[in-house]
Design a protein around this ligand. Structure first.
Ligand code: ARG
Ligand code: GLU
Length: 719
């Protein structure tokens, strides 16, 4: 009876946690395993066309763009496409009041007008390899995590040295499946990447934070860059003599259109997911971390909004900060709703119970896996408080910028106190700090930050129920009788960290002895107390549990694989190249509502009529719209803008190519739908959709809106 009950429970409970069509971020090297499935969904090319060690394949047209986006090569002259929000800081850095590329867009008329971006790199994957055996050589089961890591580190060094010997390549080894497997990645990194084109923000950021994470969507979220190489076509530092890179592969663009049910795949660099998290981890995220972060960001966004509304200068200064804070805030709200809807915690608990029972069946299993789940429970209980404090620290203690900024002077203070510190070291620190001032104060408003301080510092203070509070915070707050307005006035009047001129003066005339001015600054004193509190109370706990969790996660992963031998496990995202695939599809977000799979330019003007700032329309776009001047990109008076499909994507997939059954580029990935943002922890094929910009809208903007015929000529278009 018990057994039958268990089988029933497996069917009911664990099914939703199994991999179904659409879910998964697959390793390109092993794509042969998915090939039959992909073809059954409509794919007409082969796994070898997508990733090959022997010949050029689609992977040779894909790059990791900067530190966390994806881009794809779309011409034989190294023309590269990514999202507008991925190129945002580059576009911003070339903009000024006189030449505002953010507002007006930018289109280089020829190679000479393309703009270099110091520090920006793109990396191609040359090849990847399973190096698990080599990495784990010498690792014993009875080693501590620290011993294990030391052996691994040494092995990895050997492997990467060998892989890059006599080449200009770079190599990394990354853990997969919670440290059970290891893969080597050999990359070619280009360092001269120039800005070629960007639509105005009213197109590239249309909908702004109002529409962020939402479907239906009308954002023209793309920008264009070009990879430059030395005369030998190899990576080179920026030089005016560099030439456009000739890629091994580039994407042709199909404007044949996207229909419901069409096969698509996304090929890019998903950043991080936790698909195999236990119920305890999901509980921590859902019930502690997300709610704290959401509440604190509610406060911060309200204050920044007020400032931005009141003053156009603040609006520009805080635009990027606001977008950043709002991006996480909105995602976590969606994530928590999704986790509630899916009963993720309850389902995971039930699965863990089955796992425990399964482990009991043989002595060997019992020995290895028997205590695992209860160990998890204990560990999460014991570090719960530290995690909670950490979240309050990040979102409230550091919720006003002055705290983090002031603490940036800690190093200078510390080395100044030491008699033997050479003057050269002091000078280095001073000039480093001086160099940071302009950038910091350019986007800083004292009044906004003061208000942030009042409300976030109060929330931070109230988050302590006991004596573990930072000493200075406790002392100061009691001195001001819990009046945070007065406390803020004191800090912002007395501190030098609110004033660029004062700080510049201070640093220009800095001598070792002046460390006391830093040490006695009220903002610095508070900041130091807050950071000391972190180093004394939070960090040691989290640091102690990290290896324990690493080891638990690794063994649990092994256990799950034995427990569910028929399940096709895919590794969590870790910013390595992956393939995810699924069909174009509508969805039903709520009772009686159906969302179609594509949007059109008409929607842009429907939204404009609502009158929000985020829905501003460029006059040139209006003109094209009014004349229905869509060229070959529209069909029967309709110009598509975005579409959705069931690709399992996450942060980092921004800018990824969305590819059709024939291997042609049909879209560029830029977001997920709100109902589906829990997919980092629990994917649901009913609700999870990736949002792509339709290449027909991209080409319409390049061609009709910008008239950039020079670019069109180098792109291969399939009609
Ligand atoms: N939600 C998208 C991604 O996570 C786009 C973010 C940029 N856009 C914005 N309105 N903040 O990262
Ligand atoms: N906008 C995200 C990015 O920057 C992609 C959206 C997602 O998280 O799926 O990578």
């Amino acid at each position: 009876m018990k057994k039958l009950f268990n089988i029933l429970l497996i069917l009911i409970v664990s099914f939703p946690l199994y991999i179904r069509a659409d879910e998964g971020m697959w390793i390109p090297l092993f794509l042969k395993r998915n090939e039959a499935h992909m073809r059954s969904l409509g794919m007409r090319i082969t796994a070898e066309d997508i990733y090959s060690v022997n010949q050029n394949s689609l992977k040779d047209a894909i790059v990791l763009f900067g530190r966390g986006c994806t881009g794809e090569v779309i011409s034989s002259k190294g023309l590269l496409m990514t999202n507008h929000h991925c190129g945002y800081s580059q576009i911003q850095s070339h903009s000024s009041v006189e030449q505002d590329y953010l507002s007006n867009g930018f289109w280089a008329q020829n190679l000479g007008e393309e703009l270099p971006n110091p520090g920006l790199t793109v990396s191609f994957l040359i090849y990847m390899d399973d190096v698990t055996e080599k990495v784990l050589a010498g690792v014993q089961n009875d080693m501590t995590e620290a011993q294990r890591n030391a052996v691994i580190e040494e092995n990895v060094k050997k492997i990467t040295d060998e892989a890059t010997k006599d080449t200009h390549y770079e190599a990394t080894v990354k853990p997969f499946y919670n440290g059970n497997q290891f893969f080597l990645f050999v990359n070619e990194v280009f360092k001269d990447v120039r800005l070629v084109g960007a639509p105005p923000s009213s197109i590239g950021k249309f909908g702004g934070d109002t529409d962020n994470w939402m479907w239906p969507r009308h954002t023209g979220d793309f920008s264009l860059f070009r990879i430059y190489a030395g005369p030998d076509n190899k990576p080179a530092d920026y030089s005016p003599d560099n030439v456009p890179y000739i890629p091994r592969k580039s994407f042709p663009i199909s404007i044949k259109g996207v229909e419901e049910g069409d096969f698509t795949f996304v090929y890019g660099f998903p950043g991080s997911t936790d698909q195999y998290a236990t119920s305890f981890q999901v509980d921590l995220v859902k019930n502690i971390e997300n709610p704290i972060a959401i509440r604190m960001r509610d406060i911060r966004l309200r204050i920044i909004d007020e400032g931005m509304k009141a003053d156009p200068e603040i609006r520009i200064q805080y635009a990027a900060k606001h977008a950043n804070i709002a991006n996480g805030w909105k995602k976590w709200i969606g994530e928590n709703r999704g986790l509630t809807r899916l009963n993720t915690i309850e389902n995971k608990r039930a699965q863990e119970e089955l796992f425990v029972n399964w482990a009991k069946a043989t002595p060997a299993r019992e020995a290895r896996y028997g205590g695992l789940i209860s160990m998890y429970e204990r560990v999460y209980a014991q570090q719960r408080k530290a995690n909670e404090s950490m979240r309050y620290l990040l979102e409230a203690g550091l919720g006003s910028e002055i705290i983090r900024f002031a603490y940036g002077f800690n190093n200078l203070m510390r080395i100044s106190k030491i008699k033997s510190t050479p003057q050269s070291e002091i000078d280095t620190q001073v000039s480093r700090l001086k160099a940071s001032l302009t950038g910091y104060f350019k986007n800083y408003n004292c009044g906004v930050d003061r208000n942030l301080f009042v409300h976030t510092m109060k929330a931070y203070y109230l988050s302590f129920s006991d004596e573990s509070m930072p000493a200075i915070l406790k002392k100061d707050v009691s001195k001001f009788h819990q009046d945070f307005e007065k406390y803020a006035d004191f800090i912002f009047e007395k501190s030098m960290f609110t004033n660029e001129e004062k700080l510049t003066n201070f640093l220009n005339n800095y001598t070792k002895k002046k460390f006391k001015t830093i040490a006695n600054d009220p903002a610095f004193k508070l900041a130091k107390s807050i950071f000391d509190n972190y180093f004394n109370n939070i960090y040691p706990v989290l640091e102690a549990y990290e290896p324990v969790l690493d080891s638990l996660n690794r063994v649990y992963m092994q256990g799950l694989m034995e427990f569910q031998p028929d399940r096709n496990f895919y590794p969590d995202a870790n910013l390595t190249l992956r393939v995810t695939y699924g069909n174009v599809d509508d969805y039903l977000p709520a009772d009686a509502i159906e969302y179609r799979y594509f949007t059109t330019i008409d929607g842009i003007f429907e939204k404009e009529s609502l009158g929000y700032d985020d829905y501003e329309v460029h006059p040139r776009l209006r003109e094209l719209y009014q004349n229905r001047d869509f060229g070959r990109y529209g069909k029967e008076g309709i110009l598509p803008v975005c579409f959705i499909a069931k690709n399992h994507t996450t942060g980092g997939n921004s800018g990824s190519p969305v590819i059709n059954a024939d291997g042609h580029l049909i879209g560029i990935n830029f977001d997920r739908n709100w109902e589906g943002t829990m997919s980092d922890l629990n994917y649901d094929p009913d609700q999870c959709r990736n949002i792509s910009l339709d290449m027909r809208y991209v080409l319409f903007i390049i061609d009709k809106f910008a008239g950039a015929t020079n670019l069109l000529q180098e792109i291969e278009i399939i009609e």
